[in-house]
Design a protein around this ligand. Structure first.
Ligand SMILES: [Zn+2]
Ligand SMILES: [Zn+2]
Length: 848
């Protein structure tokens, strides 16, 4: 434990009044230092305003840490570029904006306004704090104001969709200052009282809601919304990068249902989307809305200078699975860096993944700092009362609090910005979240410091060694697959219940529609009448058959034994791996131990517990190819995309110590196998290629397995998913290909677009995979490169060096720039259900 005393001499930002004891021997290490007893008053002085370069220098100079800094990016300041207001924006709106300090819009805002007023589907994909809201609000409010002059006061309406209820409420607060008095704004969500709902339907012209409410509440009762829908001019889809994977695919179908009903009432609204910066925002917007879209991507908002550091914690003495070296956790490293920053008077937030981690980091820093500085560090997490949150945010803003360890940036109040430094313990999953967190730091003149601390996983390893992946053009796209039959089928039922489906609708819902309608009739859900249209035949509400946020199967309920309280649910597909008996289950940052998983009644009984370990399931997976959509020859090797069947059985679990990753023990489980039909990307090499790569047969399983693990870890760089959304299987000799084959599949029935994106970006993806493995300094493989936290096989066998040679030989035949190729052809394929290999890494984990 470092001595708390020596800290006191270094408090540049604070002055001490009170009595000094002169040089005294410190009881910890016997050295003589100044100490202060008693400390009576601390008077706040202005912060020291070290430059970010100097701050970084301090961090890396301390305790021989210079080798942990893998890259420093200097992001220069950018000055604002303005444009004049588009003609069509009403003077009232300009005036309101002026009162908020906006004399003229930034160029990208003006561009978005022009496109919106011209009725073009537009996606604004610029950085955080680049005023995307004004870009869509100005044209929307202007149009609503025009509409307010109609005889019924509602000649134009607009619908705003946020991914969550809370964000819609937040948007309403933020938009309030811009909204002219004649425009009636209303929230419409699960909390809206019944008496207010009728008013909203009849009178509101700007309705803020979420996709779930649109799906369950608005569309099924469209006749009551007819006057609103008839006048609908704009649909705003905020934070549209949230609509990814299966959830995104569901929302895409909800939007098609909305478009169909609008058309019925004679309206054809313009869709305006706001996205974080991603690759191909227009493509994503098109998939989401089904309409051709124009992207506005050039950010003309001003930005202060920033120093962005990439940081890799050191390997420790501890030993993990298969004797692999264990890196110091990003959380522990964040604790040390936070300590140093607070000590130098730097207002810092450390973003971490869980409540527990937030508390650990704060405790660690408090401990290292000792009194009185320890009182200026706190933990911040979701679940606090509003007053507690405001108090903490206020303390941070005023400088009374210097260091905060916090869960995600979204939970931290909107007012917290202008910090001196931001630490991020682990890549937060997407570039959007990364910049959102980094964006909390920003001092106009001096510039701010952001530090990304790598976790021990291949994606983080890759990123801290390949800064271009973070600072150059984004490669990460938001992907979704609205044509997934598992997603589409229930929406066809919901649509038919809203309004019978006619032939002219088939194109709108996508290529699988024509095949699915008769299938739904065979299942007794739809009936085709003599008029040729498809009708919903059941008494129950069709919309209730689909949960936009679920991924098929009835979810497993998590119930607390002691209280009988329902804590939440997990997807059926994820239940075996996440809530088996003995699992440690984290729910909203609290940890629980699972007592029993009852599959028949879909209930997991849990009790609050705080064991010093996490659990990870062991499973056996086999895979068979049902149908191949596309194949590419890469020299002798082959890359394919198509439909597969994955059979997965969870057979046991491991317990790992939280602080060190050390293995504490293994237990067996008796759970039935599960079958998943989904889509996969796979690649095979020939025996000759193995010979060229000097991979003897006994090294092959380890090479393929290691390549598979790392490729699963790297796919989230290209498609916004996390490694739990996808799974993989590697087989030394696969019966369907007759060759050594590595599969990566979507962990959701019918696919979610991730494997497809992997296929389309295969050259870059597998090159990054190869580089991530090669970049890790460990000798024989570790969690930073080829070990996977969810390996069904205890990370055995893995051969790091042979994996690099295997990927090299695979990539040697790859086209220089494969470019994009469309792949979807629809269909589930046939297949004989043969089983493949024996090793796998099950996907299909969701979150509760
Ligand atoms: Zn490694
Ligand atoms: Zn594995």
């Amino acid at each position: 434990m470092p001595c708390g005393w020596r800290r006191r001499a270094s408090l540049g930002h604070a002055a001490v009044t009170g009595s000094f004891n002169h040089l005294r021997a410190c009881p910890h290490d016997g050295l003589r230092r100044f100490s202060v007893t008693p400390v009576t008053h601390w008077v706040l002085m202005p912060p020291r305003h070290s430059s970010p370069e100097a701050l970084l220098e301090t961090l890396s100079a301390n305790r021989g840490r210079s080798d942990r800094l893998t890259h420093t990016e200097h992001l220069p300041a950018r000055s604002a570029r303005h444009a004049s207001w588009p003609e069509a924006i009403r003077p009232e709106i300009r005036q309101a904006a002026r009162e908020l300090g906006v004399r003229e819009p930034w160029a990208h805002q003006a561009e978005a306004m022009e496109l919106a007023m011209a009725g073009r589907t537009t996606v604004i994909a610029t950085g955080t704090a680049s005023g995307k809201s004004l870009g869509y609000l100005a044209p929307v409010l202007s149009t609503l104001l025009d509409g307010s002059e109609a005889r019924n006061g509602r000649g134009a309406t607009a619908l705003y969709l946020a991914p969550t209820k809370a964000l819609a409420a937040d948007q309403r607060r933020r938009a309030a200052a811009l909204v002219p008095p004649r425009v009636r704004v209303a929230l419409y969500d699960g909390d809206t009282p019944p008496e207010e709902r009728e008013w909203v339907r009849q009178y509101a012209s700007y309705v803020l809601t979420n996709p779930d409410m649109l799906h369950r509440g608005i569309l099924p009762s469209h006749p009551r919304w007819s006057s609103f829908l008839k006048a609908l001019r704009y649909v705003v889809i905020d934070e549209c990068h949230s609509y990814r994977g299966v959830f995104g695919s569901h929302v895409a179908q909800v939007l098609r249902r909305l478009r169909r009903l609008c058309a019925r009432y004679g309206a054809s609204p313009t869709f305006l989307l706001a996205s974080a910066t991603t690759a191909e925002p227009a493509v994503t917007a098109e998939r989401l809305t089904g309409l051709p879209a124009t992207a506005v991507t050039e950010d003309s908002s001003p930005r202060g200078p920033m120093v962005f550091a990439l940081w890799e914690p050191p390997l420790t003495e501890h030993v993990g699975e298969q004797g692999a070296p264990v890196r110091r956790t990003a959380t522990a490293e964040a604790g040390y860096l936070l300590t140093d920053l607070v000590e130098s008077g730097t207002r810092t937030v450390a973003f971490v993944r869980s409540r527990r981690a937030a508390e650990l980091v704060a405790l660690q820093a408090q401990d290292l700092l000792g009194t009185p500085l320890s009182g200026r560090v706190a933990a911040y997490r979701g679940g606090y009362l509003a007053e507690e949150r405001r108090a903490l945010e206020g303390a941070l803003q005023s400088g009374r609090l210097l260091g905060l360890a916090s869960t995600s940036a979204l939970e931290l109040g909107v007012d917290v910005s202008g910090l001196d430094a931001v630490l991020m313990a682990g890549y937060p999953g997407t570039r959007a979240s990364l910049w959102q967190q980094a964006g909390r730091a920003g001092r106009e003149a001096q510039g701010a410091l952001a530090v990304l601390i790598a976790r021990d996983d291949p994606l983080d390893t890759y990123l801290v060694h390949h800064p271009e992946a973070l600072f150059a053009t984004p490669v990460e796209a938001t992907v979704l697959d609205p044509d997934n039959p598992h997603v589409l089928a229930p929406h066809l039922c919901a649509a038919a219940a809203e309004l019978p489906i006619v032939d002219a609708d088939i194109e709108l819902f996508g290529p699988s529609t024509g095949r699915l309608l008769p299938a739904l009739e065979r299942r007794g859900l739809l009936r085709r009448r003599a008029d040729g249209a498809w009708y919903w035949t059941r008494r129950e509400r069709a919309a209730d058959r689909v949960d936009l946020r679920g991924s098929g199967g009835s979810p497993v309920q998590i119930v607390e034994v002691a209280t009988g309280r329902l804590l939440g649910t997990v997807d059926a597909a994820a239940a075996h791996t996440t809530v088996h008996a003995g699992a440690v289950h984290i729910h909203q940052g609290r940890s629980y131990l699972v007592r029993d998983l009852d599959l028949e009644s879909s209930v997991a009984l849990v009790e609050a517990a705080d064991p010093p370990y996490t659990t990870s399931a062991r499973d056996i997976t086999s895979i068979s190819i049902l149908g191949t959509d596309t194949t590419e020859e890469w020299g002798e090797a082959r890359l394919s995309f198509g439909a597969v069947e994955v059979v997965n059985q969870v057979v046991g679990f491991l317990r790992k110590r939280i602080s060190t990753g050390e293995i504490l023990g293994e237990s067996k489980l008796d759970l039935p196998p599960r079958t998943l039909r989904t889509r996969a990307v796979w690649w095979s090499v020939t025996e000759d290629q193995l010979f060229d790569a000097e991979i003897p047969l006994d090294q092959l399983p380890g090479a393929a397995h290691a390549a598979e693990h790392a490729s699963i870890g790297l796919l989230p760089l290209f498609a916004t998913c996390d490694r739990w959304d996808i799974g993989g299987v590697s087989v030394p000799l696969h019966p369907d290909t007759g060759l050594p084959t590595v599969f990566v599949y979507d962990g959701h029935p019918g696919g979610a677009g991730f494997a497809e994106r992997g296929f389309r970006r295969a050259v870059q993806w597998l090159t990054a995979t190869r580089d991530a493995i090669a970049a890790c300094e460990c000798e024989r493989g570790c969690p930073s490169c080829v070990q996977s936290p969810k390996c069904g096989n205890g990370n055995d066998p893995l051969d790091k060096a042979a994996a690099v040679r295997l990927l090299d030989v695979l990539l040697s035949g790859a086209p220089a720039d494969k470019g994009e190729s469309g792949v979807r052809s629809g269909g589930d394929g046939g297949g004989d259900g043969r089983s493949g290999g024996t090793d796998g890494d099950g996907g299909a984990s969701g979150t509760a």
